[in-house]
Design a protein around this ligand. Sequence first.
Ligand SMILES: O=C(O)CCC(=O)C(=O)O
Ligand SMILES: [Fe+2]
Length: 251
Amino acid sequence: MPGHPRPQPVSPPAPASSGGDRIAAYDWEGLAQELDDYGCAVLGGLLSPEECRGIADLYDQERHFRSHIHMARHGFGRGEYRYFAYPLPALIGELRTALYPRLAATANAWNERMGIQEAYPAAHADFLKACHAAGQNRPTPLLLQYGPGDFNCLHQDLYGDLAFPIQVAILLSQPGRDFTGGEFVLTEQRPRMQSRVEVVPLRQGDAVAFAVHNRPVQGSRGSYRVNLRHGVSRVRSGHRHTVGLIFHDAR
Ligand SMILES: O=C(O)CCC(=O)C(=O)O
Ligand SMILES: [Fe+2]
């Protein structure tokens, strides 16, 4: 149109990189240090807003899931979630497989410091084989949905004897626009001391990796073991979706 700058041709969107490439691009030395220091670490911008919406939209498509939990019925809080069925959506499966070896390095170092004999294999497929041999066959990645007033009580996602000690949650909604409140929180119970709390600020598409159960903390006289729980504070308005990536299968 005369007098108007010509719109630039719209270039096709860059093809999304695979889950594996994305995970490899993070500074894992830095993330491992954060996990050691605080029991949690944030992977900023793991998913694009479009991917977040695409995954959140799966919530109403029954065929992707094996079970549906209403948290209030179990005393878990208020809100609901669904466990994915196998096969997992491709991106979720790729991210879980690619995250595992990075987190296993930290998990193995923690076990050594805590005097726990167990060592996690380098490949997720091998860890899943061990889960299956222990009778834990059901997939645990989940999609959570919170509305106004909903919250997730402090808990630990342990589903059998075999448990991988670090898990990941990805925020799919945009704080401030889609919801308010609904902060991800972690508590750390320390032996003979008062508990410590961590509130993790997340943007849409950010992931937080965190200790599920126990981790070692460096004290002035060696390491001591702390007991963690995670949860979500009350959603004050709007709707909040997250994906949880748990690395052990469930009994
Ligand atoms: O909704 C959240 O941020 C936490 C969900 C959760 O408990 C989990 O992924 O295990
Ligand atoms: Fe959880």
